[in-house]
Design a protein around this ligand. Structure first.
Ligand code: NI
Length: 136
């Protein structure tokens, strides 16, 4: 089994909060990321797919196709946007990195599977010190 990873980066604004809570309660639970006036992060996204290299091409998946799938379905929708307000696949979700990884998985999985490869992992780094991984 071969694992193939494509990295993309995006900048986006967000606020982690529950609407029904006061600003004080949101700050207590979500900290600085609950700032009512938004703030941004420089995110790094790693998308890992897996499979056996094909006999014909010698690769698991055409990396240019993987890149294009990520750009069309994720990066072009989220880069320089407000995650809470402008990103269709994050509507109604708390804008945590966890929610983001699960939503990105759900967006990408049909396109990756169409190529014959399998989606293995979505990794997102929100800051140098904080990252999460989702395996479906
Ligand atoms: Ni934040």
């Amino acid at each position: 089994m071969i694992y193939l990873t494509r990295r993309e980066r995006f900048c986006a604004a967000h606020r982690m909060f529950r609407e029904e809570w006061s600003d004080e309660d949101n700050h207590r639970i979500f900290g600085k990321c609950s700032n009512p006036n938004w703030h941004g992060h420089n995110y790094t996204l790693w998308v890992t797919v897996k499979g056996e290299p094909s006999e014909e091409y010698g690769f698991v998946m055409n990396i240019n196709i993987l890149k294009q799938i990520i750009l069309d379905n994720i990066i072009n929708k989220i880069d320089h946007k407000n995650i809470n307000l402008e990103v269709d696949f994050m509507k109604g979700k708390i804008a945590t990195t966890e929610s983001l990884a699960m939503a990105i998985w759900n967006e990408l999985v049909p396109f990756v599977e169409k190529t014959g490869a399998s989606l293995h992992c979505i990794k997102i780094e929100e800051t140098e010190n904080n990252s999460i991984e989702y395996y479906g």
